[in-house]
Design a binder for this molecule. Structure first.
Ligand code: TEU
Length: 559
């Protein structure tokens, strides 16, 4: 059994986790200082978002030196101490691998832009201006505007699917691939246990870089021309041959726009290249794809759609691949605000969503703060937001498209990545105990009520529930290998499913609503059923209360 199938992963956004030197920015020593807090929660693996040298245009996802630690985060010695501390506690550490692009301050790009005949020129993707002098095609950046920027010095445009300060690497150029594999070996030989692979299915672009046809916006995101391109799996097989197959690693690819059938090509137990992937279907459930800025929209979603989507991923990958299970990360709003209820049922719905993640088949991911039930934030002023994506959207929406302030701020409140990046609240003291300085961005004003100290004191807290879920998952093999079967597939508010392994079955019943729901007459517990966990107190109830989650262990039909 691959260890990462039985693992629970905790994602750390170091900039917002814990500051120990008073500069208002989280750092590696802060993570090391809190390893006992993490060990008590119980994850097996820590995923550290980028800590490499970076000008922080995109908070570390613009890397200027892959083999150096960002000074604000500390030193390589601090990193080694963190890695040793993680391993001493029986946990593992995976790092973010960001190799679709570098920072424009990376030496490779500084060389490449210095002259057209520089040996590093081909490390990036250059094209001459179009006939009208403009960008070579109509591709848009994920952060707004064109995906091309003209380098005045050499008179050519370079491609950047994200910020202009994040030039895309040219993976068609073998020296790029070898340089990446060398860098990967450097980190694995230091002792890390795997990689989260940023935008990994963007590496192979359509060779002709054609325009996006028939588009309603000037700079559409050209996913059909840069996702899952013609050489992608060739590159990943080479990466596996050159690096991954020589170590026992957890590798998780971030792969927007991949469907379950394509996912088996990445994660098949025999012919795959990665352990698992992050799929995005459920992250696009509440977006209007026809809008000029889809990721900033919030459309109603239904339990039927979520259940159908998750069920498809469960069935298609059973025995043919492996899912990651997540609802939150540093790029999306807090899950309790987006998929739960961050009002009167905040704690109940936070626990219900966690129950979903811990009883489906796949590797569960906890994003820092979700174990506290942290919510989205509503900063009144755009001045309190930091994310390049949000600031670019605000500028385009307010000034280019003249949308009104209230409408734009409401969109940012619902979908900004900064919702997930407010500093971690350790306690109710100044700045939540995150820093003795001025935090790089304000904390969520509800930190006096929602913080780790409070959560560890309360046996009924979301934190305590996560501890129980992690123990439950470790205790029942059916939660790792059991077959998923949905029940009551047309119930308006209950999501009910089983995980069956041999003579054992785990039944999960989730009430995704603010209404009490009668126990379904056609849902009978099997003789011998026992409740493993629930998010309401010990008082028994037949009906399912608002956002109530229950998990039962029972004999399967085979027994
Ligand atoms: O995110 C990638 C990313 O944002 C897109 O793949 C996704 O499709 C888009 O958000 C629409 O849903 C990764 C990192 O997680 C993110 O923090 C970085 O900003 C980005 O890549 C660039 O490295």
């Amino acid at each position: 059994m691959s260890w990462w199938k039985q693992s629970v992963v905790y994602q750390i956004y170091p900039r917002s986790f814990k500051d120990t030197d008073g500069d208002g920015i989280g750092d590696l020593r802060g993570v090391t200082e809190q390893l006992d807090y993490l060990a008590r929660l119980g994850p097996d693996v820590l995923w550290l978002c980028p800590v490499y040298a970076s000008p922080n245009v995109d908070n570390g996802y613009d890397i200027s030196d892959y083999r150096a630690i960002m000074p604000e985060f500390g030193t390589m010695d601090d990193f080694r101490a963190l890695l040793a501390g993680v391993h001493e506690r029986g946990m593992r550490l995976i790092m973010d691998l960001v190799v679709n692009h570098t920072s424009d301050q990376h030496e490779w790009f500084r060389q490449a832009r210095s002259a057209r005949d520089n040996p590093h020129r081909e490390f990036y993707i250059w094209r001459p201006p179009a006939a009208d002098g403009g960008p070579p095609n109509n591709w848009g950046s994920h952060f707004g505007g064109s995906a091309w920027t003209l380098d005045e010095g050499t008179g050519e445009y370079y491609l950047h699917l994200f910020a202009p300060e994040q030039p895309d690497l040219n993976w068609a150029h073998p020296p790029v691939r070898q340089a990446v594999y060398d860098m990967m070996r450097f980190w694995v030989d230091l002792g890390i246990d795997g990689f989260r692979m940023d935008t990994i299915n963007m590496l192979s672009k359509h060779p002709d870089l054609p325009d996006v046809a028939l588009t309603s916006t000037p700079y559409p995101i050209a996913e059909e021309h840069f996702l899952n391109g013609p050489h992608l799996h060739e590159y990943l097989r080479e990466m596996k041959r050159e690096v991954l197959s020589h170590y026992d690693l957890l590798t998780v690819g971030e792969t927007p726009g991949v469907d379950p059938v394509q996912a088996t090509e990445f994660t098949h137990p025999d012919r795959g290249t990665l352990s698992m992937i992050f799929q995005f279907d459920h992250m696009r459930l509440d977006t209007d794809r026809t809008h000029w800025a889809p990721r900033w929209t919030s459309t109603p979603w239904t339990l039927a759609d979520l259940r159908a989507l998750l069920g498809r991923w469960q069935r298609e990958l059973h025995g043919r691949g492996w899912n990651s299970l997540y609802l939150s990360n540093h790029d999306v709003p807090r899950m309790v605000s987006r998929f739960g209820n961050d009002g009167p049922y905040r704690a109940e719905s936070a626990k219900l969503l966690a129950t979903l993640l811990f009883t489906l088949q796949g590797t569960p991911y906890i994003y820092q703060g979700d174990e506290l039930g942290m919510t989205n934030v509503h900063f009144a002023s755009i001045g309190d937001y930091r994310d390049v994506d949000a600031l670019n959207f605000y500028r385009e929406a307010r000034f280019d498209r003249q949308l009104d302030e209230a409408e734009v701020m409401a969109m940012i409140w619902r979908k900004s990545r900064d919702n997930a990046r407010t500093p971690f609240p350790w306690n109710a003291s100044a700045n939540g105990g995150f820093t003795t300085g001025v935090p790089w961005m304000p904390l969520n004003p509800n930190y006096p009520q929602i913080n780790a100290e409070e959560a560890q004191r309360d046996p009924a807290s979301v934190y305590a529930y996560y501890q129980q879920l992690i123990r439950m998952r470790r205790a029942h093999a059916a939660l790792v290998d059991g077959r998923y079967d949905a029940l009551l597939d047309d119930h308006p508010s209950l999501y009910v499913y089983t995980r069956t392994l041999g003579k054992t079955q785990v039944l999960t019943v989730l009430n995704f609503s603010t209404q009490t729901c009668a126990w379904p007459s056609d849902l009978a517990l099997r003789p011998g059923a026992q409740q493993l966990i629930g998010n309401y107190g010990p008082e028994p109830a037949l009906d399912l209360r608002p956002y109530e989650a229950r998990v039962y262990l029972q004999p399967s039909a085979a027994s």
